[in-house]
Design a binder for this molecule. Structure first.
Ligand SMILES: [Zn+2]
Length: 725
């Protein structure tokens, strides 16, 4: 494996920033450049004027194509680690086409290498890009490209998928066109390592000077019938294995582990009433958010109009619920958009035919809610229970893996007869949710190459790439929710924050700034201020500093209390139902219980109690703040209720919020990014914490100027949570 300067945990104070800086420069990401190999006026050099579209600011057709290539290259560059620049030689030409089918593009390694320095396996072919990464140097001289790619210049013209063009925007808002960025992510993956160099028709391995040798890919190709891997088969056995449909599987540790969180089966699960509870067969949609393992749960309400083709007249009944809508009279995207506009959290489309469901086509990037189709028969079953507390969940059921064999291994595409160029070097078409590396483009791909959306990065790591999912924008955004809000993202928030980064287009400096500010926004969010930050302030006001530390709470206690505020007595699902009022009820319940903990101040007169809290917080309040807290105490009738009300008042006071902001911010960097207490390291002290607190204070709380979030995001310790640092 490639040796990289793995840095020790940042130990303390001054060294912290030096280590962070080194880590960010040496360990992560890869530069991928596009080499324009087109003739004048063709492909990338096509001078036809073009209007900017979907964050693609190019003003000619050629420029827009090049921008889309660079955007897709940057997605891979952010997730793979290599010190060697990857060059993709690309051009546009006439590829095979009919009016109804087309080869969109093709790509592969420009060359293959074996027995190079640091090669994990001897006598095994590697793509040049991967070999360079493993060797840590450019093995084929720096001017030669590592990947070669051709794309179909005729797409959309008469005789070539008539009228269906490449969508050149970078925002995935492709509608009924083919999303070029998704196609590019797929094709580049072939060139990076999702490819066998063995002939799938004959089973013959690629030959070199002293014989023929397996591809690194072949070491993971396993025939479930014989149990053999491709590198230990004869040509005849490989030939048979390539068409052993449903039995050619990928046997790699990373993919095997990751696919349990990626693959599944879409379900509509009716929770109530009991008479019709259970799973229903569904079709999924090419638009909106995909169903998730956490699922989207709500009461079900019939749309009005029932076909959902116009603005809903019963918004109050739909808001916060799952809309039930009949198929027909208008496109699926129209129905679901109308449901979303009326406040629905999901949509169920009832098929017009009694049996069966279909995949719902269409595209509208402004739709963020999930939608599913059920059969006409099932629709009738649901409609009969609309007045009986009908409640359902749209979810991805990971207990039934879509596209895996009985042993839970990823299925590869192995049709009989062989499909040259498609067989073996793709996942099977049965994978669900749709995957980037299936042989056919799917309309619902997400510009993600990492879990929980996609397995391509997992495969890359199996074949030897150093890679990290945190470079993947959707993965990154989801992780902020998990680390700071303790929950899965809601669909609209997730769409907002991923777009916020993706909207930078090919400007990588912009993308980095938006990652940093987006991450910091989770600390600053009302939701976090109402949960995690409130917990911190309560601990400080109630108990002061934890003995021997400069902070008020240990992470174990913090997590427990934050989760209590989020789920007791109400389970808070942001954006769903009356969540703000529910959260307020949770905060009140938590405060009432918190003031009854052992050791909490228990003065029975308001002024003494309030002064004690402010003193614990290390804050001199204004007289108005002091009066407000005392009034809260008295207004609630004193006792525990009074103490709880006064505690809330003290914690909400500007003096306390301002005084504790920086220490809470720095502490949350440790809790959230590094998932530990500041002193859970060697040396076991708070010197690292103090370094960052002093720095943040010296910048008056300006975390951008202090480069604090940036340093944590770039740190080896943070990145190691998600892959190779
Ligand atoms: Zn392909």
């Amino acid at each position: 494996m490639i040796k990289k300067p793995i840095l020790p945990k940042f130990v303390a104070s001054f060294f912290a920033i030096a280590l962070f800086t080194l880590a960010s420069q040496s360990a992560s990401a890869t530069t991928i450049v596009i080499l324009n190999n087109d003739q004048p006026n063709v492909g990338f050099n096509d001078p036809t004027a073009a209007s900017p579209v979907g964050n693609n600011t190019g003003t000619t057709l050629g420029q827009q194509r090049l921008n889309a290539f660079q955007f897709a290259a940057n997605i891979w560059g952010a997730t793979l680690n290599s010190s060697v620049t990857i060059t993709i030689r690309a051009s546009w030409s006439a590829l095979s086409c009919t009016a109804t089918t087309a080869t969109l593009g093709s790509a592969g390694a420009a060359g293959i290498v074996r027995n190079f320095p640091n090669a994990p396996f001897q006598d095994t072919w590697y793509s040049e890009a991967l070999a360079n990464s493993l060797a840590g140097s450019d093995l084929n001289t720096s001017s030669n490209p590592e990947i070669s790619a051709q794309f179909n210049v005729n797409l959309g013209n008469t005789g070539c998928l008539d009228g269906t063009h490449f969508y050149l925007g970078l925002d995935n808002n492709h509608g009924s066109d083919v999303d070029l960025v998704s196609v590019l992510i797929h094709e580049f993956a072939h060139g990076l390592g999702f490819q066998t160099f063995t002939n799938s028709s004959t089973g013959a391995q690629q030959s070199g000077q002293s014989g023929s040798f397996p591809s690194i890919y072949d070491r993971f190709l396993t025939d479930a019938t014989s149990g053999k891997t491709w590198n230990s088969m004869t040509d005849v056995e490989r030939q048979a294995s390539a068409i052993n449909t449903g039995n050619l599987v990928w046997n790699g540790n990373q993919t095997d582990t990751d696919l349990r969180g990626v693959l599944g089966t879409a379900r509509l699960r009716v929770n109530a009433p009991a008479a019709i509870a259970g799973n229903y067969t569904v079709g999924t949609a090419d638009f909106g958010s995909r169903v998730s393992t956490g699922g989207t749960t709500g009461n079900v309400a019939q749309s009005s109009p029932v076909d959902g083709c116009g603005a809903f007249s019963n918004g109050a009944a739909i808001s916060g619920r799952v809309a039930l809508i009949d198929r027909g009279n208008c496109n699926f995207v129209v129905k679901v958009k109308n449901a979303q506009s009326a406040g629905a959290i999901g949509a169920i489309i009832v098929n017009t035919t009694t049996a069966g469901v279909i995949q719902m086509g269409g595209g509208d990037a402004t739709i963020t809610i999930p939608s599913l189709m059920i059969s006409g028969t099932d629709g009738t079953t649901l409609k009969n229970q609309l007045n009986s507390g009908l409640n359902a969940t749209a979810l991805l059921d990971n207990s039934v893996l879509g596209g895996a064999d009985g042993q839970g291994r990823a299925l590869l595409f192995a049709p009989n007869p062989v499909q040259s160029g498609s067989s073996v070097s793709h996942w099977d078409t049965s994978m669900f949710p749709n995957q980037v590396m299936e042989p056919n483009i799917s309309g619902d791909l997400t510009h993600s190459v990492a879990i929980p959306a996609d397995l391509t990065l997992s495969e890359m790591r199996d074949v030897g790439w150093s890679g990290n999912a945190i470079g993947d924008v959707p993965f990154f955004v989801r992780q902020q929710y998990l680390d700071f809000l303790n929950r899965q993202p809601d669909s609209s928030g997730f769409a907002f924050w991923t777009s916020d980064i993706f909207n930078c287009g090919i400007d990588q400096g912009c993308a980095e700034v938006h990652r940093i500010n987006g991450s910091a926004a989770f600390f600053l969010s009302i939701e976090f201020q109402d949960t995690g930050n409130l917990v911190y302030k309560m601990w400080k006001a109630g108990f002061g500093k934890v003995s021997g530390t400069p902070v008020a709470v240990r992470r174990t206690n913090f997590l427990r209390d934050s989760q209590t505020i989020q789920n007791s007595p109400n389970q808070i699902i942001v954006g769903q139902g009356n969540w703000q009022a529910n959260l307020e009820a949770n905060k009140q319940a938590f405060a009432l219980s918190f003031v009854q903990r052992a050791g909490f101040p228990n003065q029975s007169d308001g002024p003494s109690f309030v002064n004690n809290l402010f003193a614990n917080a290390g804050v001199t309040p204004t007289s108005a703040e002091q009066t407000a807290a005392i009034n809260a105490f008295n207004g609630a009738g004193g006792g525990n209720a009074g103490r709880a009300a006064a505690l809330r008042s003290v914690c909400d006071s500007p003096s306390v919020s301002n005084a504790l902001r920086n220490e809470a911010f720095v502490l949350m960097q440790y809790f959230g990014y590094l998932q530990r207490d500041p002193d859970a390291q060697t040396p076991a002290d708070y010197s690292g914490f103090q370094f960052w607190l002093d720095k943040l204070n010296s910048f008056n709380g300006n975390f951008i100027a202090a480069e604090m979030v940036k340093a944590f995001l770039a740190s080896t310790e943070y990145r190691a949570r998600f892959g190779n640092p």
